[in-house]
Design a protein. Sequence first.
Length: 209
Amino acid sequence: MSAQSIKALFLDIGGVLLTNGWDRHARGRAAQLFNIDAEQLDERHHLTFDTYESGKLSLDEYLKRTVFYEERPFSQAEFSRFIMEQSHPFPDMIDLIRQLKQTYGLKLLAVNNEGREINEYRIHTFGLHKIFDAFVSSCYVHLRKPDIDIFRLALDVAQVKPEEAIYVDDRAMFVQEARRLGMHCLHHTGYASTVAAFDAYGLPIGPNR
C-alpha cells in the first residue's frame, strides 16, 4: 500500500495513547481508598455511565448518581480529583502518532468514548490538543462507539473516504465496526506490533523509512 493513499488517522485515546482512566480497575482502587461498596459503585456506574459519556450528564451529576446518593465523609471535589489522577500517558505511542502526522502530513482525529470533564482534562494535561486536528468524542457528538454513525461522522469531519483512513483502537469490537465502513483498521495490543502494522500500511517511522 502506498502512503499517499492514507490521508487520516482516527485514534481511540484510552488504551492507545493514555491509560483507560476511569475503568473498573480505577473504580476498584477508589472503592478501597474511599471505603465504599465496590459492587454498588460498579452497578450504579454501568447504569448511568453511557449517559455521562454521551454528554447528557455533568461529572457532578454522574457522581451524585453513583457515589453521592448518600452522605459521604469526603467531598465530590476529592473524588473527582482521584478520577483525574488515574490517567497516565503512553509516551512512546504519543510520540509515534506525532511522528506519523509530521512525516506524512496526515489528518489526526480522536474518536473516543469519554465524559466531557474527564476528556478535557486528558486532552489538555497530556497536550493532545497540540497534535490532534479534531476530537470526535462521544461527549461532544452525542454518539458512542460501537454506534457506527460516530465513524461516519469522523469521516465527514476529516473529509476523507473510508479507504483513506486508518482507525486504531484497543477494543476488537470497535475495530470490527469501523472495518464495516471500509476503513483500514488496526487492533492495538502494544507499541511494537502497532509500529509494524503502520509499516505494513506504508507508513514506516525511523530507520525503516
